[in-house]
Ligand binder design. Structure first.
Ligand code: NAP
Length: 294
């Protein structure tokens, strides 16, 4: 079997077009959705991510501000900026680009966000909403994983989902989302014994670790769906995922590539979250179709 590529770029484009239509409807209703991205310091990777988010959000019709702060910004000043943005009705989404420079307490900053504006879905209230199944905002990368499956009619109900990685950003929320879709979920991590065996039992295998080609081809069950969240630099400087793509493709039915898989979906879901946040804050109903997406 040669697995079909789950094209995250094309799927993300479709999501972005849907979001642009939602933004247009909000603008018609008198609401200009606004996103503020907070970038502290000069980390080159963060600068690229922020630039990409700014471009994508602007193209979808959002008003986007990027607040650039020096790496030596005191914690109290950063918190004061967050408070100001929380209180600004023109700002519906606040994204603090992580990681923050050393010396700053990211956890405290995330907790200071108005949960309704926390478009990264990391505030404890949003984490609790995900676990309890109530209304909140879902972290963008796991939301992107589910969206790419949905848009390819790949079901989760009754299937065995194995998530490798248990971070608050990807692994744990993805496991919750899969559980909410009635999957049977196994979460693996650095202390898991027999990782390969767990992976071989997956109908849907998600790798979110950050180790190039950790998941080998023969760890993939015949006909499985593989989502590769990892972003690593190979020896040749090119981006590679956590999965040995070519070998895994021999057995998988569907597989996301790196680059061009979950990465673009993550940005698309940030836009979707920001549209959702704006509609909720402005009290604009987006109808059943939008509600079903959450
Ligand atoms: P993280 O916070 O470093 O978490 C990594 C997880 O992998 C941890 O739970 C860790 O286990 C587990 N792990 C480490 N080594 C392992 C091993 N040998 N076997 C099994 N599990 C192992 O990373 P993250 O933020 O979740 O990100 C994971 C990857 O996804 C990174 O490459 C990151 O760049 C990428 N990422 C991509 C996107 C995107 O848009 N595509 C977004 C976010 C992240 P312990 O908990 O036991 O330490």
């Amino acid at each position: 079997m040669t697995g079909r590529i789950l094209d995250g770029k094309a799927t993300a484009q479709a999501v972005r077009e849907d979001v642009a239509a939602r933004v247009a409807r909000l603008v018609e209703a008198g609401v200009q959705p606004g996103l503020t991205v907070v970038l502290v310091g000069e980390d080159p990777a963060s600068q690229v991510y922020v630039r990409n988010k700014d471009r994508a959000a602007t193209a979808a019709g959002f008003r986007v501000d990027t607040l650039r702060l020096p790496a030596d910004t005191p914690q109290a000043d950063l918190l004061a900026h967050v408070e100001r943005l929380n209180a600004d009705d023109a700002v519906h989404g606040i994204l603090v680009q992580l990681p923050l420079p050393g010396g700053l307490d990211a956890d405290q900053v995330v907790r200071a966000l108005d949960p309704r504006k926390d478009v990264d879905g990391l505030h404890p209230e949003n984490v609790a909403a995900l676990v309890t199944g109530s209304e909140g905002l879902v972290p963008c990368t796991p939301a992107g994983c589910i969206e790419v499956l949905d848009r390819h009619d790949i079901p989760l109900e009754g299937r065995h989902v194995v998530v490798v990685g248990r971070s608050m950003l990807v692994g744990k929320p993805l496991a919750q989302l899969a559980l909410a879709r009635n999957a049977t979920v196994t979460i693996c991590h650095s202390r898991t014994t027999d990782l390969a065996d767990h992976c071989r039992r997956a109908d849907v295998l998600v790798a979110a670790v950050g180790r190039a080609k950790l998941v080998q081809g023969d760890w993939v069950r015949e006909g499985a769906t593989v989502l590769d969240v990892g972003i690593n630099r190979g020896d040749d400087g090119k981006l590679v995922g956590d999965v040995d793509l070519e070998a895994a493709r021999e057995r998988a039915a569907w597989i996301t590539p790196v680059p061009g898989g979950i990465g673009p979906m993550t940005i698309a879901m940030l836009l979707a979250n920001t549209a959702t946040a704006a509609a909720r804050q402005a009290g604009v109903s987006e109808g059943e179709e939008a509600a079903a997406r959450r």
